[in-house]
Design a protein around this ligand. Sequence first.
Ligand code: SER
Length: 892
Amino acid sequence: MKSAEIASRWLRYFAERGHTVVPSASLIADDPTLLLVNAGMVPFKPYFLGEVRPPFTRAASIQKCVRTTDIEEVGRTTRHGSFFQMCGNFSFGDYFKETVIPLAWELLTTPVTDGGYGLDADRLWVTVYLDDDETADIWQSKVGVPAERIQRLGMEDNFWSMGVPGPCGPCSEINYDRGPDFGVAGGPAVNGERYLEIWNLVFMQYIRGEGSSKKDYPILGDLPSKNIDTGLGLERLAAILQGVDNLYEIDTSRTILDRASELTGTRYGADHRSDVSLRVVADHVRTSVMLIGDGVLPGNEGRGYVLRRMMRRAIRNIRLLGAHDATMREMVAATVDAMGTQYPELVTDLARIDSVATAEEASFLQTLRTGTSIFDVAATETKKAGGGVLAGERAFQLHDTYGFPIDLTLEMAAEQGLAVDEEGFRRLMGEQRQRAKADARAKKTGHVDTSAYREVLDVAGPSAFTGYDSTAEEARVRGLLVDGVPAHEAGEGDDVEIVLDRTPFYAEGGGQLADAGVIRLGSGTEIEIFDVQKPLPGLIVHRGRVRSGGVVVGADAEARIDLARRGAISRSHSATHLTHQALRDALGPTAAQAGSENSPGRFRFDFSSAGAVPTSVLADVEETINQVLIEDLDVQAEVMNADDARRTGAIAMFGEKYGDRVRVVSIGDYSRELCGGTHVRRSGELGLVKLLGESSVGAGVRRVEALVGLDAYRYLAREAVLVSQITDVLKAPRADVPERLSQVLARLREVEKELEKLRAAEVLAVAGDLARAAEDVGGTALVAHQAPDDTSADDLRRLVLDIRGRIPADRPAVVAVAAAVGGRPVLVVGTSGPARERGIKAGDLVRVAAKILGGGGGGKDDLAQGGGSNPAAIADALAAVGRSVAQRAAAA
Ligand code: SER
């Protein structure tokens, strides 16, 4: 049974049993505690927690997931994949244990011909949580699983949570016995490789607190209702149903693996080491494609780093298998082939995915070339010094200077039998991070500890944003933090974070900067607000300082935003949409948004593009945008279903889920985008948009920066003044300015050349006299001359050669000329052939003189140059050259 068929049977089975089919959410988790979606239940977390009322009580999905904690295991075991699809069915306060258990059993054991998966019931084993007798009883008496195939395991295995505070509960796992080829008997409690876990049924009913391990956290209480969250590993079931030994050999992965094997000329199954590499490649390339497909771009932090690491490991392994050129284009195509049936958006988005992947590959191959030679030197030195450990500093240098990831250094060191001082490396990294942190203003809360905010959210409840329509609001203070700690009151001078029940303040997000403004309480309290953030979904935090009076939770307040700032930001945001559309029209749909920042009067827009955007295209884009302004199009925001939005052709951003209500902002018929930001009412309000230019901000990503409204006007006005000043100075009409300026510059270059000639002639004028006045030092003609200050080094050389040429060629001759150039002494020495035959060399003489000048120098035997720091010593230095010549002449 193909993967796509497993998926469709799943959805059909649950749809027929009253479940709403929900398409996979984006891998980019809409959850500050998570980098990437790693379980089917993630998009539903707010339903479990009771934060949001679910639109249905039963749901089923096939959710894309990425887990990278076991990345080292990938390719080595048969069951670890970094990307996988979790088939799930969910009940939100609807059915519970006694329903879900038989439901799962039926689907697994119903014959294939009747729509099930047709697993042999005798091969299924189940596990339950230690004291969960109720579940064990359902398995035994309701389903008929024999007692000896029901095992009890502890918290680590049979109690599930997301690893962070949130929903949790005991679980029961269904395992499939793959037979004696996979090891000893004894059930899943004994052998996880043989008794493969395929389906986890979680009885989601509690809330957990902080804790560091899988079994060490407090249960804080009950969820608002008893729920079901199940997850079946699609790839694992596919391996069983397709009769293959591991995840990498199922239909989808095998297509990718085979392509890697073709490209590298490595036969799968030939030897263990290359098999592992092939499996790593198949797994990592697929994960990378799925991540890029959902809008992740390679970077050095967060998800960007997960992607970069995946790609780098894949590329490294491809190289280990013998391919040294770029292969990503073919590998991406094979992946889209394999996954396109289930995810048709990959097919439409192929060009963009390809451009991101190949650009990252190109830059990494370059890094590899440089880094590998640096690494080799370091490894050889380490071994030569008799050490087995590569210094942490070296690993850090490779990382910091050459962009060599530490995991790669570790791998390459291991290949050479070396260890790496990882602790040293991490210490240096830590120090660097400290420095970086000190630089950046700690503006946003890191996503690490949100517990204080959660505490406030629990008490205050979610805040309503009313700022699309209103700019001032009567509200109530629902929560307060002082110095990051929940507080009941605050006084004058305190830096506070305030939560209101409703607010017109826009929190920074979606590329739009936060509103600023003021919150006033009765009795003269005034709090100036300069930042607004959303540290948790639903929680809007106003950051500011109490200017006068005091504030206490529960007080009535008036929140008023700074209108000028909001207006300017909204204009920028609307302009960003126009730019996005105009770029797509000019460059094609691959010019997808990769980030943006909308600030007052100015915005920047990042988008994918394989190369630079030509100036002429940029000029066209700018004109198109301004044309739209003149048309004064109506701007509308409409809230609708994610699916309806897709149908209207709205530019889909990433992260929206099926069933989600999304906001679509349209500017006439020209642009339509999913967007939560604030906008103008008509495009004419923008007045003017001026693109300032385009640049690169990383592999495959370009940035346009622009000004809007009065800021654009002022910029152009300044440019106009500048041109006027130039025409005044040049005394030329505007249209002639470029021509006139080139003429002036050309004339200037000519004059400079002439001047140069004259100066050289002047310098050389003395050459004849100097040559004639050469002193005889033990049979060698010596000229030692101090030239006027600021004779250039070029002229000094020319003078030396000229003088030397005037002395008869068969005479040993030494010419030394020095001058103070820009306050520093410069000395040039030339020797003739016969002098050199006597062992008198220019380089030696310069070294002697340079020591006296307080510097150094050198050169060849016939001509050398030196310098120093002390121009007052020039006469001494020249005298020293004379003495040195005398000594050498005597010795010859
Ligand atoms: N959330 C559970 C898991 O990830 C079941 O879906 O295993």
